[in-house]
Design a protein. Structure first.
Lengths: 325, 472
């Protein structure tokens, strides 16, 4: 029964046709997938380093009410309103989590869990109540629809149709993230690895924390329509986690995350065409497969390398690695 | 975008509105008549929905108690997202919403997810939060892939499998409720049976291990029970928000008690409440999904506990802080009056407002307010710009001054602190020293009657009787 659901792998249909028949359609989807995953992945690197991966999870859920309220207030889907809503929601999440775990005996993990589920529930209820006025629905929220990006009316610059507006916006966000990462590379690096040293160098940890959360909110809200609230978490964590299995240097990890984004977007499209399923989810599945490959085959610390070492080939090397870790 | 999303949802969820088995839309009535229908329980689907919601509340509440005290709240979140592919595969098993197949599939997927987290943590340098996020998102993505495939099948459209995302208590059947009942009974029985073991393993794993408890197996068992709870809650709350039913009622209970067994009972009661209220609210309007409403009900309970919990609540804490500061202020005023009296060797009983103000370096207006405060509490009487102690006020003033000077003497004699450094410390402790401590202090200091600055340490009894006592 399950076997019959998976169509035969037809090389012509799965690999060639998308690019021979509808290159522009799939091109935009690929580009959007890459932009989303790359922007999320770059921010995600810092989340992983700072052990804030689950704050990413929390914010990605809680931007929903921000988005819905911004929409209900302005009755438009302008970029500015969206960003404002997301920033407010991100700030609300951070503040609520702090308020709960600083001022009561509830621990941080529970505080995160309570905050984001509450905000997300508010968002879903608002969507259900104002279904006629909000152009979001619960399913879009869950897994977005990147497949409809090329169908948007193209934005025009100087009378020339350039690109779908969401691609332009995501491109702008990615550029901004790259610029911020390059300009504040040292500050982010130091404050992520050694908050004490950062504070003594005059880098305010609170400012860093809130700027990172702001960046996170912006990236998440621009990725929201394409991939939905929960798959964003995957885009935040997968590229960075894969990269950290392969390298110890932050800048190399950044480059690898971007590469991971490109490869998983491309493979994801083909998987989605093959199985006829949600494109965003397929991209995440391929990203997970890449993570699995890195986990097994990483030259240092991969499962195979570990197994070889455990057998006695270079036992001392494992020892020194354990120390380094 | 609105059109596109609508388009997307009609493609993907074509047919789902038509069969949406919501209790609410069977009769199109206003909220009041819906409420009456709900409370008469005439409709079997109302009974199923309510029974299911209550069962899930109890089950999640009890297990949530353990994950909250073990700081595993986000493990619950990861687990709940990880069951989605299992739900989809359970559905595909015989192309129906067979509760048993879905139950088995979801439990296996959940356990696979937790095993994945453990494996990633053990064999890579990635930390727990990253491992949880990875498993959560990857499993969820696989689940979404399967779900979108199912939605395109002719049978899939009518399956109602999309209800597993946000939950619809009203879509539950008698079979579902029966299964939920059995699972909840198993969970409760195991928790009761292994209560002591779970308790020990949760609070002091090292001790549990040296006591010979199979801690690893207990942890595996807890994971299994957690997976059960998630699956029980799935239908009514949905995959996305199950973790809230685990965390929120238990966290609210954690604010109210320090005893684990009480915490579990309170958490179960809160879960029950949230489940019932959520089911009721979603029944009032046909378009409302059950899950988010249950979560909001639970959050409401948590917020009440956070603000009004008798011991740890913000409002009672603020109130206690306020009344304590007010008492300290009153006692400082009493002390000032005593000092004025002392400076003139207790001749006369009345002290003028301006004398107190001078001692405390405050304006007369401020001093009058402080004296009013004393009067309100029956510690002093005033009139014509002067103040007198009432008997209880005089007693309290002597106690405070006595506490202060005894403490100064104690610090000087026993802790060898210079006499000019002891005042500030005594200024704080004078308000909190209890009767027993003061007696013990006096005894240790051999009932001394002079503080390090040479002032007299007053006794607890009025001046006239004190002479005889100090000769003792």
């Amino acid at each position: 029964m399950i076997g019959s659901l998976i169509p035969a792998f037809d090389f012509e249909r799965v690999i060639v046709e998308p690019w021979a028949g509808a290159a522009s359609l799939y091109g935009w989807i690929l580009l959007m997938g890459f932009l989303v995953t790359a922007a999320c992945g770059l921010v995600g690197n810092y989340l992983i380093l700072r052990r804030m991966a689950l704050m990413g999870d929390a914010v990605s859920h809680s931007v929903l009410p921000g988005l819905v309220i911004a929409f209900l207030l302005t009755q438009s889907r302008g970029t500015l309103a969206m960003f404002a809503g997301a920033l407010a929601a991100g700030a609300a999440t951070t503040l609520l989590v702090e308020a709960i775990h600083r001022r009561s005996r509830v621990k941080q993990d529970s505080a995160i869990g309570i905050t984001f589920t509450t905000l997300f529930a508010i968002g879903v209820v608002l969507i259900s109540v104002y279904a006629q006025q909000v152009d979001l629905d619960a399913e879009c929220v869950l897994y977005g629809e990147i497949a409809f990006v090329p169908l948007e009316p193209f934005a025009t610059i100087g009378g020339v149709e350039v690109a779908p507006p969401s691609v332009l916006r995501m491109g702008g966000v990615l550029l901004a993230v790259v610029a911020l990462v390059i300009v504040f590379y040292k500050e982010l690096l130091v404050s992520s690895f050694d908050p004490g040293l950062a504070a003594s160098l005059g880098i305010n940890p609170t400012v860093m924390h809130y700027s990172l959360m702001a960046m996170l909110s912006i990236v998440i809200v621009s990725a929201f329509e394409a991939v939905g609230a929960i798959l964003v978490v995957a885009m935040l964590i997968l590229p960075g986690a894969t990269a950290f299995l392969l390298t110890h240097r932050l800048w190399k990890a950044m480059v690898l995350s971007v590469a991971h984004a490109a490869v998983s977007a491309l493979l994801g499209i083909h998987l989605a065409v093959w199985l006829d399923c949600s494109v965003a989810a397929a991209m995440v599945v391929m990203g997970s497969v890449l993570f699995g490959l890195a986990w097994v085959f990483a030259p240092e610390g991969g499962l195979i390398a570990r197994a070889l070492h455990a057998r006695g080939i270079g036992r001392d090397k494992v020892g020194s690695e354990e120390e380094a870790a | 975008m609105r059109l596109l999303c609508a388009f997307a949802s009609t493609i993907i969820f074509a047919g789902s509105p038509a069969h949406a088995a919501q209790v609410g839309d069977m009769v199109s009535g206003d909220a009041l008549s819906q409420a009456i229908r709900f409370f008469t329980f005439a409709d079997p689907s109302v009974r199923y929905a309510l029974a299911g919601s209550l069962l899930l509340g109890v089950c999640c509440g009890v297990l949530g108690g353990f994950i909250v005290v073990r700081r595993m709240a986000l493990v619950g979140d990861a687990l709940s997202h990880a069951v989605l592919p299992g739900v989809a595969l359970g559905f595909l098993w015989n192309m129906s919403k067979d509760p048993v197949a879905i139950f088995i599939g979801a439990t296996l997927a959940g356990l696979l997810g937790t095993a994945g987290v453990a494996a990633i943590r053990k064999t890579t340098r990635l930390k727990e939060d990253t491992a949880l996020g990875l498993v959560l998102a990857s499993f969820f993505a696989v689940g979404i892939c399967l779900l979108t495939i199912i939605q395109k099948l002719p049978t899939g459209r009518k399956s109602g499998i999309d209800k597993f995302l946000f939950g619809q208590a009203a879509a539950m059947s008698a079979q579902d409720v029966l299964l939920m009942g059995i699972v909840t009974a198993v969970v409760l029985a195991l928790v009761t049976f292994f209560y002591k073991e779970f308790l020990l393993a949760s609070f002091d794993e090292g001790f549990a291990r040296v006591s010979g408890l199979p801690v690893r197996w207990l942890n595996h068992l807890l994971m299994l029970l957690l997976a059960f709870a998630v699956v029980v809650a799935l239908q009514a709350v949905g995959v996305v928000l199950v973790s809230a039913m685990l965390i929120t009622p238990a966290a609210a209970a954690y604010l109210l008690t320090d005893r684990m067994h009480r915490l579990l009972f309170i958490a179960a009661a809160f879960g029950l409440l949230a489940g019932g209220v959520g089911a009721f609210l979603s029944f009032l309007r046909s378009s409302l999904p059950t899950g988010p409403l249950m979560v909001l009900a639970a959050s409401g309970v948590f917020a009440s506990a956070y603000f009004f919990g008798p011991r740890h609540g913000l409002v009672p804490r603020w109130w206690r802080h306020r009344s304590r500061s007010a008492r300290i202020e009153r006692e400082n005023t009493l002390k000032a009056i005593y000092r004025v009296l002392e400076d003139r060797r207790f001749s006369g009983e009345s002290v003028s407002i301006s004398e107190i103000g001078k001692l405390r370096r405050e304006s007369d207006v401020e001093t009058v307010a402080r004296v009013r405060e004393l009067e309100r509490n029956g510690l002093a009487t005033s009139g014509g710009g002067t103040v007198q102690f009432t008997p209880s006020g005089g007693q309290r003033a002597r106690e405070i001054v006595r506490n202060h000077r005894l403490w100064e003497l104690y610090l000087t004699n026993s802790a060898s602190i210079a006499t000019d450094h002891v005042h500030d410390d005594a200024e704080k402790i004078e308000h909190v020293l209890g009767e027993d401590v003061v007696l013990e202090l006096a005894k240790r200091l051999n009932y001394a009657d002079r503080d390090p600055h040479g002032r007299e340490i007053p006794g607890l009894v009025p001046e006239t009787q004190e002479r005889g006592r100090s000769a003792r």
